[in-house]
Write a protein that binds this ligand. Structure first.
Ligand code: FAD
Ligand code: NAD
Length: 474
């Protein structure tokens, strides 16, 4: 078979690219080794984790109601029904993708693909059978990523899981150790803790979510200290051993070694790009030391026939970045002057509270020695946050003091992941803090805290008194 465009990988990068290519009138084939479309995000990532986090949030909200005089009985949890409901969400969405592919006349090819040269893929069908060759003018490589493994933790025990295993929700273990205090560790730790496991987190560095600003992490850490059994920072797992109905774990910290047993262990220490076993050595594609495929700002690799998008070509490994890059790659093939040059790629950690940021962070500004003004609006001043009983949030804005341009936004609090979209638009449009302050936001909402944070930059936030000596006023 020969096609002008073939997309390798049916995740959020690959299917977005294939669908746009079809919409623009290109003849396109999509190769996927999994039986279903959706990739990591839909089948074993974003969507199942958010479905389970929704359940966790309902459980915690029902507990919070006690403060308001409303008491619910202790919930009874039917794990099989919960698992089935989560799988139903995945089924509906992946079924929808297949229909969309069919309607768009995208040629679906099922099997694992390898490059044979710069213009040929060989596809091995999942169930065996004859290999198929596809020649192409251009390939968009969207093979994604997989969980990073630590060889010493591969003890062959079903009690040691990665994120895929944790999302399968085989049971609710009595105790769970999460290795890695990043996105997955904290999201999945939250799910299991809400369902009733005693969760401990061990993190190598001195903070949870090392990439995020400290003031955003602080309210989350405080809440997790109540929800989790323990949070061990600056601590390393040096050994895992199978024990009777448990995994024995040896920790090493500044004060020496300790040993504890857990019913299950979740290893969530990052992800690695799927750039190996693809035959890329038969092409001109360059893979860097971390395994990421190198691309320019048009998603072109060093091979003129191959573009790459999503997790396989660098960080941040996020679904919306993958889809956006997929669209840029297709527009480039369509002859448009498209580039991937975002001012803001939003990041959201869907814990409770959620943490979200976009554009410049305070960590980055400090590291670059860049002078910015940081305006913070604590949710303790927000009527809506009080009405929700969640005054632990914060909305902050990084502003260029010369031009008043909004360079970055950071939010912690329930719903931060929804609220950050306004920050993304503000940064992309080059808005000034005044634009945000003078746009009328609905009251009472958490969205108002964006405008109030901008007001606070000018020293005139209604609910915050700043004495004149403090630089108050415009
Ligand atoms: P993938 O989604 O990994 O898709 C790659 C596809 O290529 C796969 O379907 C794979 O089977 C296929 N493939 C690979 N090699 C071959 C081959 N040789 N032949 C044929 N097919 C092949 N991101 C967010 O933005 N928000 C979230 O809330 C979020 N939550 C997450 C939660 C978890 C637990 C995990 C693990 C990840 C999460 N992510 C989240 C990250 C997100 O899933 C990825 O960034 C995203 O899926 C990357 O998309 P992609 O298209 O580049 O690759
Ligand atoms: P991560 O990079 O977010 O966090 C890994 C953590 O593990 C880091 O804090 C790191 O310091 C720590 N660590 C590394 N080695 C360790 C060790 N030996 N012992 C203890 N701690 C160790 O990685 P992740 O949580 O595995 O997630 C992978 C990627 O998937 C994320 O970076 C993100 O791109 C994506 N993801 C996104 C979302 C979201 O958008 N909400 C959710 C889940 C995953």
């Amino acid at each position: 078979m020969h096609v002008p465009v073939v997309v390798l990988g049916g995740g959020p990068g690959g299917y977005a690219a294939a669908f746009l290519a079809a919409d623009l009138g290109m003849q396109v084939a999509l190769v996927e080794r999994d039986e279903r479309l959706g990739g990591t995000c839909l089948l074993r990532g974003c969507i199942p984790s958010k479905a389970l986090l929704h359940v966790g949030r309902v459980l915690s909200e029902s507990r919070e109601m006690e403060e308001w005089g409303i008491r619910f009985d202790k919930p009874s949890i039917d794990v099989a029904a919960l698992r089935a409901r989560k799988d139903k969400v995945i089924g509906a969405l992946t079924g929808g993708l297949s229909q969309l592919a069919r309607r768009r006349n995208v040629t679906m090819v099922s099997g694992a693909a390898r490059f044979v040269n710069s213009t040929t893929l060989e596809v091995s069908p999942a169930g065996g059978g004859d290999r198929q060759r596809i020649t192409f003018d251009h390939c968009i490589l969207a093979s994604g990523s997989r969980p990073a493994r630590i060889p010493a933790f591969d003890i062959g025990s079903p009690r040691v899981m990665d994120s895929t295993g944790a999302l399968e929700l085989a049971d609710v273990p009595e105790s769970l150790l999460v290795v890695g205090g990043g996105y997955i560790g904290l999201e999945m730790g939250t799910v299991y803790a809400e369902l009733g496991s005693k969760v401990s987190v061990v993190e190598l560095t001195d903070t949870l979510l090392p990439g995020a600003d400290r003031d955003l992490v602080k309210p989350l850490q405080k809440r997790l200290e109540g929800l989790f059994e323990s949070i061990m920072l600056r601590t390393k797992v040096v050994k895992l051993e199978e024990a009777k109905n448990a995994v024995r774990v040896t920790f090493e910290a500044a004060d020496g070694q300790t040993t504890r047993e857990f019913s299950r262990v979740l290893v969530a220490v990052g992800r690695r790009p799927n750039s190996d076993n693809l035959g890329l050595e038969t092409t001109k594609v360059v893979v860097n030391a971390k395994g990421f495929v190198e691309v320019d700002d048009q998603q072109r690799t060093a091979d003129p026939h191959i573009l790459a998008i999503g997790d396989v070509c660098g960080e941040p490994m996020l679904a919306h970045r993958a889809s956006h890059q997929g669209k840029v790659a297709v527009e480039v093939l369509h002859g448009e002057a498209a580039v991937f040059a975002p001012r803001a790629i939003p990041a959201v950690v869907f814990t409770d509270p959620e943490i979200a940021w976009a554009g410049l962070t305070e960590n980055e500004a400090t590291a670059a020695g860049r002078s910015v003004e940081v305006s913070k609006y604590p949710w303790a001043a927000s009527g809506r946050a009080h009405a929700l009983g969640r005054t632990d949030g914060l909305t902050k804005m990084l502003v260029d003091p010369e031009t008043d341009t909004v360079l970055g936004v950071g939010i912690v609090g329930p719903g931060a992941g929804e609220l950050i979209a306004e920050g993304v638009l503000a940064i992309e449009m080059g808005c000034s803090a005044r634009d945000l302050m003078e746009s009328i936001h609905p009251h009472p909402t958490l969205g108002e805290t964006m405008a109030f944070s901008a007001e606070n930059y000018f020293g005139v936030a209604t609910e915050i008194y700043r004495p004149k000596a403090d630089g108050g006023g415009r």
